[in-house]
Design a protein. Structure first.
Length: 366
């Protein structure tokens, strides 16, 4: 009798072991690495909220597998970023969302591209340096290629802005200077001229004012995060600079208007996002986002959500190690405002529109 009980006990233990093992195998971990603190957090936190909302809609379960999201702050520090990505790899994580800035994405990619079964996708990294490369990196944000700027530069030329003064954030130079350089290429190809000056947001602001007064540009184009863009705009306006100012989509957040105040009026942006879109999917998402967070969704919240929905769709049709293969097979995904079309290198084509701050709101202009 004792022998029978012992055999039954062993069978139960074996059963428990296999049950636990099976449960462990049924968890899909997804890592996020990006700016969640300091001045770039106005991109990272909305993006995180959009991602969470998408997976909450699935109750964190896809095809019977549990989804575990792991969010890490890269602190805009290369070594911290490397440590996070390597830790993801050591945990067996195959899907990485990141980063918020192109400069940090470049660090993550340098590691992840050594692992062909991994998949990295970004909602914000737009440097053209990443374009046309067969690697493990994908994005829902359009690259800073000259074609992406065509609608913007045609608008600028039509409004007779000939002399352009460029200002960029050196803290994310992989994106910001790349943005200005590719805008300039598009501007020249559409009949414009070379920029009259390139300057940085961390330069002496009085010197910037002096240079702008001396060169008298038709347009000042700033590529920086919302905090630095607002700081520069505010100072220039306070010093009597009345030249037209435009900025990149990176700064087009509620924080920009909050930090710039009345000086935001008339600032131009060009972006593949419309906060006043009447698309049914976008309206549904916006309602859910407001109910969940008591906030209006920004561009980066929307793109975080879109990115997460793409991951969800890919996990529904295949294994987590097959995301790249299945994405390139499907190619077209439903976005909140348009169709997201990936090319063979993981780059996307999306529609851009020009906006201007009018009465403290971003309004679309023709």
């Amino acid at each position: 009798m004792k022998k029978i009980y012992l055999i039954l006990f062993v069978i139960i233990l074996i059963g428990i072991y296999f049950f636990i093992s099976k449960e462990k195998e049924e968890v899909v971990k997804i890592g996020f690495v990006g700016a969640l603190t300091a001045k770039y957090s106005d991109l990272g936190n909305p993006m995180m909220n959009g991602i969470i909302l998408a997976f909450e809609e699935e109750n964190y379960k896809i095809n019977g597998k549990k989804i575990e999201l792991i969010f890490k702050d890269d602190k805009r520090d290369e070594e911290v970023n490397k440590k996070i990505v390597n830790d993801f790899i050591n945990q067996g994580i195959k899907i990485v969302i990141g980063n918020v800035t192109s400069s940090m994405s470049k660090i993550s990619m340098s590691i992840i591209n050594n692992y062909p079964d991994m998949f990295m996708i970004s909602a914000a990294s737009a440097s053209n340096e990443f374009s046309g490369i067969d690697d493990q990196f994908f994005r829902v944000h359009v690259a800073n290629n000259a074609q992406r700027f065509d609608t913007f530069t045609k608008y600028v030329i039509k409004n007779n802005y000939k002399k352009i003064y460029g200002i960029y954030d050196p803290g994310n130079i992989t994106y910001t200077k790349d943005y200005l350089e590719n805008f300039e290429k598009s501007f020249i190809s559409n009949g414009g001229e070379k920029f009259i000056q390139y300057s940085k947001t961390d330069e002496n602001l009085d010197e910037l004012v002096s240079q702008i007064n001396r060169l008298n540009p038709d347009l000042i184009l700033i590529c920086a995060n919302s905090v630095d863009a607002a700081r520069v705009v505010q100072y220039l306006k306070m010093k009597g600079i009345e030249n037209q100012i435009a900025s990149s989509e990176w700064a087009m957040t509620p924080a920009f208007i909050e930090n710039t105040g009345r000086y935001s009026e008339g600032i131009i942006f060009n972006i593949d996002y419309d906060e006043n879109s009447q698309n049914e999917d976008f309206l549904r998402f916006s309602k859910k986002f407001r109910e969940r967070y008591n906030l209006e969704p920004s561009l980066y919240a929307s793109k975080g959500y879109e990115l997460a929905r793409i991951i969800i769709e890919l996990l529904k049709v295949g294994e987590q190690t097959e995301l790249k293969k299945n994405l390139l097979k499907i190619k077209e995904f439903k976005g909140l405002q348009d169709t997201i079309i990936f090319d063979e290198y993981g780059d996307v084509v999306r529609e851009f529109n020009t906006f201007k701050v009018i009465n403290g709101k971003f309004e679309k202009v023709k």
